[in-house]
Design a protein around this ligand. Sequence first.
Ligand code: LIP
Length: 267
Amino acid sequence: MRVTRELLDIARTVATEAGALAARRRSEGVEVAASKSSVVDIVTEADRETEALIRGMLADLRPQDGFFGEESGAEAGTSGLTWLVDPIDGTVNFLYGIPHYAVSIAVVEGDPDPLTWRGLAGCVTNPASGETFTARDGGGAWLGDSEIHVADAVELPQALINTGFAYGSEMRAEQGAVAGTLLPRVRDIRRLGTASLDLCFVAAGRTNAYFERNLSPWDHAAGAIIAREAGAAVKGRGDAPAGRDFMLAAHPVVAAALEELLEELGA
Ligand code: LIP
């Protein structure tokens, strides 16, 4: 569809410019500007500046669309489309200079609720690695100019699993306990710190599955479209869509086996 091609071009253009700004700020040195839900849930001035750049560009290019960003909140539009923005996903990696963070921009149809929206186009770009993942509805998933697909199905003992942990200490303890009981049942676990890239790594076949609880809509909106278009099942528990309660992305066969195991482990 021409519309989603145009929307993806906008997402890619804006994310690329925002990524260049984030990389410049990283090279100049980064400091914590404030903490949010906990002392380890931090925001930097670069997060705020990058989101302001993205919000301004989208307002110029798509004035009738809604916006929902991690740092500056939501504003409804009149078009039925909303842009979901995480200006710097993997903020702690960014703060420490770990080259694994991303600008994540998605556009969805319907309310900005992951339980009901339809993802139309998404772009996740890591300025440090130069990798840009993209997808549009029905257009496949891409890393640069190369189409990507989820890895072939494997048995769980041969599965490499991505996961992540919330910022609240009580939920982190629960999540850590699940990870500890999961570890001997799979090939290995990777905690890379950037949900949008975790989803893109499943899409590219770099890991076999990703799961996490308590993600915000902007964390997964773009990566979920990319993983879906790469052939992954992207889901919540049972028949529920992916959302804050639970997010799982994997080859459909792996997803079914992992969901059953995670339910057994109390994830
Ligand atoms: C982060 C996610 C990560 C998750 C962290 C946090 P942020 O997003 O990308 O996967 O485990 O708790 O939500 O805060 O860096 O934008």
